[in-house]
Design a protein. Structure first.
Length: 153
């Protein structure tokens, strides 16, 4: 089995070339300390919707993002195929960029994969779940606002 690494915030003071766990593991504490103002966080990695079941509900990385200020989070409930996820996310983001709300964008991305020949199996299109508010992102409005600000300078 192959493994990989990701350096979230490399430490220039680190002497060893082999990273320690704290160099690359994103923890609930890291997320809670971030104080986000994000409308949407997408966690397209395997099992991002899982967590420990406690009296207050499922406590996991998605809940940490909610606690840090994210309004909505898209998570995966099980291990996912990279190629299927790439196709899913491309279609999902196209719908978001087109002005559709997150729930509708998810639904349309699921439908797209479900109707495809290659990714019609439920394991490819069904793992993604929306937690939180059903937000709509206004990409074009922000772009127009930025252009207006630049033209008035």
């Amino acid at each position: 089995m192959e493994t990989g690494e990701i350096a979230l915030t490399p430490d220039p003071q680190r002497i060893s070339t082999v990273p320690t766990e704290e160099d690359y593991i994103l923890t609930i504490r890291d997320v809670l300390n971030a104080q986000l103002r994000a409308k949407l966080v997408v966690l397209s990695c395997c099992h991002s919707g899982r967590g420990e079941i406690k009296a207050e509900g499922v406590v996991g990385i998605a809940r940490a993002f909610m606690g840090a200020g994210a309004r909505s989070i898209v998570v995966s409930l099980w291990a996912i195929d990279d190629e299927a996820t790439l196709e899913f996310m491309k279609y999902f983001y196209q719908q978001l960029a087109g002005g559709k709300p997150v729930s509708e964008s998810l639904n349309l991305a699921m439908k797209s994969l479900r109707e495809s020949d290659k990714f019609c199996d439920i394991k490819h299109w069904a793992p993604f779940l929306l937690i939180g508010d059903d937000v709509t992102l206004h990409f074009m409005a922000k772009e127009r606002e930025n252009l207006n600000m630049k033209s008035h300078k």
